[in-house]
Design a protein around this ligand. Structure first.
Ligand code: GTP
Ligand code: MG
Length: 138
């Protein structure tokens, strides 16, 4: 597929608690993106420290870790043209539609192809990324 990219998406604990998992998945499906991997997990402290390594000296870091461990998250990999571009992809809209606080903002999406590759490697084992063909009718 032309310009096909993969992005790492995580529905944060507030997204799960607010029953927005289906709504968020629906946005990606409707846009035509392809689901490559998905799991519901309780994120470990080590994983979050690595994921948010650039923010470790920020004053809100401890609160961010606590928030991200306050319940399970849904980690996903989606594929499609320009899927990491926040202008074209749905995460920006999801923030706008469902969230009013930066500290409780429902979803994370990778901001570049490079960060997506890093984050996918962090959150998923290679065998969890499923390789399959698309078909609709027999
Ligand atoms: P992500 O897609 O989550 O990476 O969002 P971002 O790139 O817009 O934000 P950034 O990487 O700077 O921060 C990562 C996460 O830290 C955000 O999504 C918020 O959950 C949290 N965060 C960032 N800034 C603040 C802040 O000022 N206060 C609080 N409480 N949380 C913050
Ligand atoms: Mg970020």
């Amino acid at each position: 597929m032309a310009n096909s990219e993969r992005t790492f998406i995580v529905i944060k604990p507030d997204g799960v608690q607010r029953n927005l998992v289906g709504e968020i998945i629906k946005c990606f499906e409707q846009k035509g993106f392809r689901l490559i991997a998905m799991k519901l997990i309780q994120a470990s402290e080590d994983l979050l420290k690595e994921h948010y390594i650039d923010l470790k000296h920020r004053p809100f870091f401890a609160g961010l870790e606590k928030y991200m461990q306050s319940g399970p998250v849904v980690a996903m990999v989606w594929e499609g043209p320009n899927v990491t571009n926040p202008v074209d992809s749905k995460p920006g809209t999801i923030h706008g539609d469902f969230s009013i606080q930066v500290g409780r903002n429902i979803i994370h999406g990778s901001d570049s192809v490079e960060s997506a590759e890093k984050e996918i490697g962090l959150w998923f084992q290679p065998e969890e990324l499923v390789d399959y063909k698309n078909w609709v009718y027999e």
